[in-house]
Design a protein around this ligand. Structure first.
Ligand code: PLP
Length: 411
């Protein structure tokens, strides 16, 4: 069974594409299980970055010379790759930003400032990353809006009935994580969006952990905004995407002002470009956007459904193995989840476990994962969090489990 899956997906060959994975740490082979934090890059992404700076580095959109045209074409081609990858209707719905955090702040500062008033309600879930809490809290403080929070079950699943109770004609925004970075829970976004839309609310999705693991189609999700980060999907850091429905992007004001986002400027008045340029003030992260396009090519070539299928089996295997370690408490056991394997030992702190794993070459995150309310819900200040990607193997899970057993025995 395991062999069959490995053969199908051929992880050994795939791993050859990732140079960083082939090194030793403290004399042990590196086992990279910190993928929710950031992912490693395939050679094609690294080559794309190098090629840009070696062969056609130029600013975009304003040049009439050859390299400028080449850079602009590649930058806009990357936008189209993103469009197709997430099933957007048009490339003009794709805004390049620095990452998920910037994408959500953009929505809060544009849509939010235009439409949110005192007494309006913004609904979030208990599972949000700080980047999908703090921008809304800041907006609420500015406007007098109220934040409401959807509770979760002991498995870390959204309580849909409670969500239904929170929705009302006062709800203006529902901001939800697609996949929880603390627990791995996949939220029923399509259903939750439909429920929000019945009250005329706009739906903002934090897709930072969705896009790397699931096949995402923003049109079938029908969300109004969807934000994600390049570095969590095997692309570079410093680049991310905010998708927004065309008519909303046309309606809302720009965020940052500067070059590239204008049509005309006088000291009296500025007129703005249409989306996406309206939201891309200044020189963008050109090379990073193009290399994000290379990451998308890589993922498309592997097939998001194949990735999801392989990771699903690997996650089931890992959860089952971890559950057998005496004294280990798994946190986040949703039926629909990705390979985020949060746990604690009651008598050893997460940071200590993380450090002991690091000495064995195993990289995991230990702490609150920028999701303190999630941790509070489960009565902990943090967890140990191994997190999987498609280049992880069954053998790596076995090594993790073996080291954890030793840690437990000697503490
Ligand atoms: N949302 C989730 C669910 C995340 O996991 C992260 C990063 O860990 C973020 C948002 C923030 O992403 P970035 O720091 O790339 O903006």
């Amino acid at each position: 069974m395991l062999l069959e899956l490995n053969d199908l997906f051929d992880v050994k060959t795939i791993r050859q594409d990732f140079p960083l994975l082939h090194q030793e740490v403290y004399g042990k082979p590196l086992i990279w299980l910190d993928n929710s934090s950031t992912t490693q890059k395939p050679q094609s992404v690294i080559d794309t970055l190098t090629q840009f700076y070696k062969q056609y580095n130029s600013n975009v959109h304003r040049a009439v010379h050859t390299l400028g045209i080449q850079a602009t074409d590649a930058y806009e081609a990357a936008r189209e790759k993103v469009q197709h990858f997430i099933g957007a209707n048009s490339a003009s719905e794709i805004i390049f930003v620095r990452g998920t955090t910037e994408g959500i702040n953009l929505v809060a500062q544009t849509y939010g400032r235009k439409y949110i008033r005192e007494g309006d309600e913004i609904i979030l879930s208990t599972l949000e990353h700080h980047s999908n809490i703090v921008p809304w809290q800041m907006l609420a403080q500015e406007t007098g809006a109220i934040l409401k929070v959807i509770p979760v079950s002991d498995r870390g699943e959204i309580l849909l009935e409670e969500y239904a109770q929170l929705l009302s004609s006062r709800t203006r925004i529902v901001a939800l994580v697609h996949v929880s970075n603390g627990l791995g829970t996949i939220l029923p976004i399509q259903e939750m969006t439909e429920m929000a839309h019945q009250y005329g609310a706009r739906v903002v999705i934090d897709g930072a952990q969705g896009v790397p693991h699931l096949s995402v189609d923003v049109q079938s999700l029908d969300c109004d905004f969807y934000a994600f980060s390049g570095h969590k999907m095997f692309g570079p850091s410093g680049i991310g995407v905010l998708y927004g429905k065309q008519e909303i992007l046309e309606d809302i004001p720009p965020w940052q002002g500067g070059g590239s986002m204008i049509r005309s400027v006088t000291f009296e008045k500025t007129t703005y470009e249409v989306p996406p340029a309206k939201f891309e003030a200044g020189t963008p992260s050109i090379a990073d956007a193009i290399a994000l396009g290379a990451a998308i090519d890589y993922l498309t070539n592997l097939g998001m459904n194949n990735i999801a299928q392989y990771e699903h089996k690997l996650t089931d295997y890992a959860m089952a193995q971890l559950a057998q370690i005496p004294g280990l408490r798994l946190i986040g056991t949703a039926k629909q989840k990705v390979g985020v394997l949060s746990f604690i030992f009651e008598d050893i702190s997460p940071v200590e476990v993380g450090q002991l794993l690091a000495l064995e070459g195993i990289a995991v995150r230990a702490g609150h994962h920028c999701a303190q309310p999630t941790m509070q819900r489960f009565g902990v200040t943090g967890t140990v969090r191994p997190s999987l990607a498609f280049y992880n193997t069954y053998e790596e899970i076995d090594s993790l489990v073996e080291v954890l057993r030793q840690i437990k025995l000697s503490n």
